[in-house]
Design a protein around this ligand. Structure first.
Ligand code: TZP
Ligand code: MG
Length: 205
């Protein structure tokens, strides 16, 4: 599978996004068919230090067992201990060129939400882009204004060969529109973590 295919159903999650055991939620999401997972232990109520590492190790182990891509969000210190396949950063996080020199062989993902951000980013050193927030979201406290599926189409037109995932407010009901607009995959937090039936929502995505 190439990276485009591996990013098709991309669950992003930290314990702060879960109202029950995050390990159980990941197991159910894997049963439903996620292809990639991002450990994003961040924001209000997120674990830190040893607890963050311990949870990361459990989630990492599950992903390894089921051949699900494992990406760590914005924490370069955890990349090696978790043997992550890669790291995802936003515009205010670590510089992607520095990351590339630290991790020549890891997958690097970068979030872009505007043309200005694209202009100011070293797109040539990253492996995939996350574009959004496509729809309104209450999951990320500092989320930018929704950019719509049009932004997906614009980014795909600028970088046709770059693997691209949509992020922000994506659900089983609207995920098709994100793919139709040009995304290779959808990345989702709350639609999966808050679902009554996690497996079924992942299947529907
Ligand atoms: N980056 C942009 S929107 C967002 C992130 C991490 C949150 C997406 O969460 P949800 O619950 O899928 O809208
Ligand atoms: Mg940020």
């Amino acid at each position: 599978m190439n990276l485009q295919e591996r990013l098709r159903k991309y669950l992003i999650m930290g314990s702060q996004n879960c109202q029950r055991d995050s390990v159980a939620i990941l197991e159910e999401a894997i049963a439903g068919g996620i292809t990639a997972f991002q450990f994003r232990e961040k924001g209000p109520n997120a674990l830190e230090g040893e607890e963050k590492l311990e949870l990361g190790l459990k989630l990492r182990q599950l992903c390894r067992k089921h051949h699900v891509l494992f990406i760590v969000n914005d924490d370069s210190v955890l990349v090696e201990p978790l043997e992550a396949d890669g790291i995802h950063v936003g515009q205010d996080d670590m510089d992607v060129e520095d990351l590339r020199s630290t991790f020549p062989n890891k997958i690097i993902g970068l979030s872009v939400s505007s043309e200005a951000e694209v202009r100011n980013s070293a797109i040539d050193v990253v492996d995939y882009l996350g574009a959004g927030p496509v729809f309104g979201t209450s999951t990320k406290v500092d989320a930018k204004a929704p950019v719509g599926v049009e932004w997906i189409t614009s980014v795909k037109a600028m970088f046709p060969d770059m693997p691209l995932v949509g992020i922000g407010g994506i659900t089983a009901q609207n995920s098709r529109s994100v793919l139709v607009a040009g995304a290779d995959g959808v990345s989702v937090i709350s639609a999966v973590t808050h679902a009554d039936d996690v497996r079924s929502v992942v299947e529907q995505l």
